[in-house]
Design a protein around this ligand. Structure first.
Ligand SMILES: Nc1ncnc2c1ncn2[C@@H]1O[C@H](COP(=O)(O)OP(=O)(O)OP(=O)(O)O)[C@@H](O)[C@H]1O
Length: 758
């Protein structure tokens, strides 16, 4: 049967439950008797199917009818043996040879197999007696079997242990009947589902914990894993991997979170509808795969959702309905399936046998050796059940036998031997604890801090209403308080946000102004290089072709400066001569009747220098400087002249610098002009001088600034520049300062670099 095909499995009406012992009519088991697909096997227990109440956290061994495990030490480790129960299939027809002793404790089947309920054993003359934790036979309900063999295990799964329940037996012996059950006689799976929810919702369970239940459902068919809750998942995407918390985990398997037993059972029913079942020579509806339901219980401490959920405790209940061992079937496909089933069951048997030997050795005080390795990996089934079989899980095995079918004697003995070996296996199951998440403590700490801040905030708010918290708030905002309250935080944060916004606006304005400055400076610098009577220069022409007026363009030309420099020098010389004469007159105590000096050949430039006061002998006759014999009037003139000389000297040195700058710029201008004229593109550039498309802004966009200074070009040496290369135009800070009238402070020299085509 392909995945997704309609389910063929259905369950029996309750009338068959009492077959054999109640002389119920025999029901022939033939392939033609497939049960209708509408009647699925998993049903919730009805109220009258009351189970014995399960006490949360009770010890596994204390409440079970047949104790196998004991809780050891403070580490919460269960030690003991796997719990093994045997269910004998009741006779389904009245002709079956079943006899019961007077007290009802001993039942004999076909005069061969004897079941002793007092001893919990099954025996035959040929192979002897097998004793187990439980032996069930007759019209006994699945609920009774659940209570005796599985209930406490489910209880312990809720308290953190992993648990595994599986049914093992030959085909047609009653595994599915026991595990899935029917509407009227729910099996171990639905009963476990209800027990899980009963327990986690019970007021007796640890009230400090919250629980999340998830389910996954897979089948192993012909040694391939299939997700029965997500059939679209390719088989090869489901991998069995070691998992530190869950032992072996099927990666890629869908896990569905469920909130109620009904949801969980519905999910399993959906999976059942996909499970492979076929009619065989031995069973009308035979399971052709091993099916494993995993109920995952995650529990967390309720106190702190954030912290506790970081590392929940995870325990898993595995409920397995295995395919049955069978003899070779007549159909090829069934034979092939049977071969896979038998092989995996053989591996399971081998694993159990070796574990049994190892456990017996330990029990006898020997080593833990199992005489070799345990072949868990020889089949998917044993690999999946490895954690359970290796003793890390609580395990309950239900072995089903059909002793009335004389053809099955070999399988019955085989099953009982398997069960007996399983019973030998020692268990040392440790309770899972919350995973030690390294962040969990930190999260806990942070949550505590949040709580403290919340409290403080509330206090501040209540104080704030009375006006008493202002100081505390201020202290927080100004950082003087070590304890930052959330109220203080929010005020501080809003203040910071406001400052940041203001800062952003200011930065934007600064950037904008800087751009404008750069723009202007660029224009000025370009103007410096090419202005004054070079309007037709090709370089200038690339900038909209119009003559620009720069600060420098209004300055006097170099020639004019030279002339003025000479004027200043001669004027200074004149003033110095006057001083000299005054000194002579003072020494001779002679006052010239006319102080019009013979050296006054170059009159002072009236537009630049302060007007010289006319000196006349007559106006200077009023007094003299005390002690010097010089009339006061002359002494004043001398002082004025001295000051004037100092001013002129200073002014002259400034003018020297300006002249030097202008010389340097002129030199570069000449070089640049010469280079432009020799460049192949010069004529084209010159031709585009008046192009309206070459406006200033587009030209500006072709420049970028570099803070590095090319010393060679700073000195005006561009002789190495090649046509087609970028031409650096370096302007020193001194030049910039001079160009700006000596007022601009420039901290770094700036290099302008043009795009390569320039
Ligand atoms: N304890 C029981 N009481 C009444 N009927 C039973 C009991 N056990 C099994 N049967 C019946 O026997 C038949 C086979 O049972 P079931 O399908 O459970 O066998 P199985 O072990 O699951 O077989 P397979 O391995 O082929 O799937 C069913 O019709 C079922 O109703």
């Amino acid at each position: 049967m392909a995945l997704g095909s309609p389910p063929k499995r259905a369950y029996r009406p309750s009338s068959v439950i009492n077959g054999g012992y109640a002389n119920t009519a025999a029901r022939p088991q033939t392939p033609s008797m497939r049960r209708p697909t509408s009647s699925l096997s998993l049903r919730s227990p009805t109220p009258n199917q009351a189970r014995r109440p399960i006490t949360p956290n009770s010890a596994y061994s204390q409440n079970s009818s047949s104790s196998s495990l004991n809780l050891q030490g403070k580490d919460n480790v269960y030690t003991g043996n796997i719990k093994v129960s045997v269910r004998v299939k009741p006779p389904l027809n009245s002709s079956a040879a079943v006899s019961t002793s007077q007290d009802g404790s001993i039942t004999t089947f076909n005069d061969t197999w004897i079941v002793d309920t007092d001893r919990q054993s099954i025996s035959t003359k040929d192979v002897g007696e097998f004793t187990f934790d439980n032996i069930f036979h007759g019209p006994i309900s699945n609920a009774t079997i659940f209570e005796s063999s599985v209930g406490e295990l489910v209880n312990q799964v809720i308290s953190g242990y992993n648990g595994t329940v599986f049914a093992y037996g030959m085909t047609g012996s009653g595994k599915t009947y026991s595990m899935q059950g029917s509407r009227e006689n729910p099996g171990i799976i639905p009963l476990s589902v209800h027990a899980v929810f009963d327990l986690i919702q019970s007021p007796l369970v640890d009230p400090s914990r919250s629980y999340t239940v998830k389910v996954s459902y897979l089948e192993i068919y012909n040694e391939h894993l299939h997700d029965l809750l997500a059939p679209q998942t390719p088989s090869d995407e489901i991998k069995l991997r070691d998992d530190p918390q869950r032992g072996v985990r099927a990666l890629g398997l869908r896990e569905v979170t469920v909130k109620s037993p009904e949801e969980l059972i519905e999910a399993i029913q959906n999976g059942d509808s996909l499970r492979r079942t076929e009619g065989t020579d031995f069973n009308a509806v035979s399971s052709r795969s091993h099916a494993v339901v995993q109920i995952i219980i995650e529990s967390s401490s309720k106190g702190r959702p954030g912290a506790a959920n970081a590392a929940p405790r995870i325990s898993t209940l595995y409920l397995c309905d295995l395919a049955g061992s069978e003899r070779a079937a007549s159909q090829t496909e069934r034979r092939k399936e049977g071969a896979y089933i038998n092989k995996s069951l053989l591996t399971l048997g081998t694993v159990i046998a070796r574990l049994s030997v190892a456990s017996t050795n330990i029990a006898n005080g020997g080593g833990s050796s199992s005489n070799g390795h345990i072949p868990y990996r020889d089949s998917k089934l044993t690999r999946l059940l490895q954690p359970a079989l290796s003793g890390k899980s609580l395990v309950s095995v239900l072995c089903t036998v059909d002793v009335l079918n004389l053809n099955n004697s070999v399988e019955t003995i085989s099953t009982l031997r398997f069960a007996a070996r399983a019973k030998n296996i020692l268990v040392s199951a440790k309770r899972n604890e919350e995973a030690s998440d390294p962040n969990a403590k930190l999260v806990e700490k942070l949550l505590a801090q949040v709580d403290a801040l919340k409290m403080e905030n509330m206090q501040l708010r209540s104080n704030g209403a009375g006006g008493a918290s202002t100081d505390a708030m201020l202290a927080d905002i100004t950082g003087t308080s070590e304890i930052t309250t959330s109220a203080g935080n929010s005020a501080l944060m809003s203040q910071i946000a406001q400052l940041e916004a203001e800062n952003r606006i200011l930065n934007e304005r600064v950037e904008h102004l800087a751009r404008l400055c750069d723009d202007n400076r660029l224009e000025e610098l370009i103007g410096l290089g090419i202005d004054d009577d070079v309007v037709s220069s090709p370089v200038t022409a690339t900038f909209n072709g119009t003559s620009r007026s720069s600060s420098i363009s209004s300055m006097v030309s170099e020639e004019e400066h030279r002339r003025k420099e000479n004027e200043y020098r001669s004027y200074i010389a004149h003033l110095e001569k006057q001083l000299y004469l005054q000194e002579v007159q003072k020494r001779n105590n002679v006052v010239s009747p006319d102080l019009k000096l013979p050296f006054n050949s170059s009159p002072a430039p009236t537009n630049i220098f302060p007007p010289i006061r006319p000196v006349s002998i007559s106006s200077a006759s009023g007094g003299s400087t005390p002690g010097s014999g010089i009339p006061q009037h002359y002494a004043d003139i001398i002082e004025d002249l001295k000051e004037e000389i100092e001013e002129l000297k200073e002014s002259n040195s400034d003018k020297d610098r300006i002249i030097s700058t202008l010389r340097s710029i002129n030199k570069r201008k000449e070089n640049l002009t010469a280079l432009s004229m020799s460049s192949p593109g010069a004529s084209a550039v010159a031709a585009g001088a008046n192009s309206p498309s070459l406006n200033h802004s587009s030209a500006y966009s072709r420049y970028y600034f570099s803070s590095s200074l090319n010393n060679a070009t700073a000195a005006g040496d561009i002789s190495n520049s090649q046509p087609g290369n970028a031409i650096p135009m370096a302007i020193t800070s001194e030049e910039v300062k001079a160009a700006n009238g000596g007022s601009t402070a420039e901290s770094a020299d700036t290099t302008l670099t043009d795009a390569p085509e320039f």
